[in-house]
Design a binder for this molecule. Structure first.
Ligand code: KG4
Ligand code: ZN
Length: 356
């Protein structure tokens, strides 16, 4: 007999209950996250254990270390999420977990914990695509948006691993229309920060020190702005900064560091904003969903708000805590998949790459 058959079905749970509680688990990179979300919208808890301090000395995430740390933290974080939500595990109706894309060793820890939770509590398991969860973080965070939104959106995901543009259609099909041809934008932020000795992760510190700095200190070329497609390139801006400062080492004088950071940030943000607006114009779509860790960037948020305002486009960007990797977005999308009956078996695998 298959062990999956003993678990409750979505239909039986939905019939019996008014409120649905989903436990979300997210371990695709270096953050161990668990959250409890009620009815897809109400975040009862959102626990995160960051590994930033551990990876800082390496200037980036070391996959082997990340998965070992997830093993240490996963039970603690799940317990914390249940405790903060003031809910016992028997009251959870389904468990949603990121199983793609991400670091395989990291994904395995979250998926293993979710399988155990599902099996022990005899509740459905739902496999979640991390990128789709980032997009739906907007739905979680915005009362105007709903899971059955019958609308079209241009969606920009900007994180440490991804920089892509999508069209989300009325049936919630997601089609990629462009992506980075080299570094993800968050990766470029991290590499520039490392070169400038600013620590890891680079995005938040570049954002911070750029606030009162001169974004025109160096006018970097905006790569692929006129390329006619919707692809991006960020490694060129990073390389230009490195070449320029190697040629003129005095530029690396401490007082110039914020201006260098601000100039890099201005170029990266400019390309992201302009290309996203171009996509809106080309496909005649007037709503934008921005998400992923780099969506926390204050310059990106400001520039998008201004551009969208000028063009009469509605822009959605989640609060910072839902831009970064988190399990609330996983639980929320899990609720939506659960209602559609999209359940997974206990033999689900993990995948380092996947399309939406
Ligand atoms: O979505 P996320 O938490 O993890 C991935 O799925 O990659 O994104 C992490 C990335 C890192 O590269 C980090 O430097 C960047 O998001 N990031 C930022 C900011 N906060 C985080 N980049 C620019 N500005 C920020 N404020
Ligand atoms: Zn992410």
């Amino acid at each position: 007999m298959s062990i999956t058959k003993e678990r409750k079905t979505a239909g039986s749970v939905l019939k019996d209950k008014e409120d649905i509680f989903v436990l979300g688990i997210e371990t695709s990179c270096d953050d161990t996250c668990a959250a409890v979300v009620k009815n897809g919208k109400e975040v009862l808890s959102n626990a995160v254990s960051s590994q930033n301090e551990i990876h800082e000395k390496y200037g980036g995430v070391v996959p082997e270390i990340a998965s070992r740390k997830h093993i240490e933290m996963i039970d603690i974080i799940i317990k914390e999420a249940l405790l903060k939500a003031d809910i016992s595990s028997e009251k959870i109706d389904a468990v949603a977990v990121t199983n793609r894309p991400g670091l395989l060793g990291s994904l395995l820890v979250g998926v293993g914990a979710a399988k155990a939770f599902s099996y022990y509590n005899k509740i459905p398991l739902i496999a979640i695509n991390h990128l789709k969860a980032h997009i739906f973080a907007n739905v979680l965070a915005n009362d105007e948006l709903n899971f059955d939104m019958r609308d079209e959106y241009i969606s920009l995901i900007v994180s440490g691993g991804h920089s892509s543009l999508y069209i989300v259609d009325k049936n919630l099909n997601i089609k990629e229309i462009g992506r980075t041809v080299d570094d993800a934008v968050g990766e470029a932020f991290d590499k520039v920060a490392r070169y400038l000795n600013l620590g890891y992760p680079g995005g938040p510190v570049i954002d911070k020190i750029s606030k009162n700095a001169d974004p025109h200190f160096i006018e970097f070329t905006r790569p692929m702005l006129e390329s006619g497609d919707f692809n991006f390139s960020f490694s060129g801006i990073k390389t230009a900064l490195i070449y320029r400062t190697k040629k003129f080492p005095e530029l690396l004088n401490e007082k110039n560091i914020p201006d260098l950071a601000a100039s890099f940030q201005a170029a990266a943000v400019d390309v992201l904003v302009q290309k996203t607006i171009k996509a809106c114009n080309k496909f005649k779509i007037n709503k934008i969903l921005v998400s992923g860790g780099v969506a926390a960037n204050s310059k990106l948020r400001d520039e998008f708000a201004q551009a969208a305002n000028r063009q009469g486009i509605k822009i959605y960007i989640p609060p910072v805590k839902f831009c970064m990797d988190n399990a609330a977005m996983v639980a929320s999308l899990g609720y939506f998949e659960f209602k559609k009956g999209h359940l997974s078996n206990l033999d689900i695998d993990v995948y380092s790459r996947t399309d939406l």
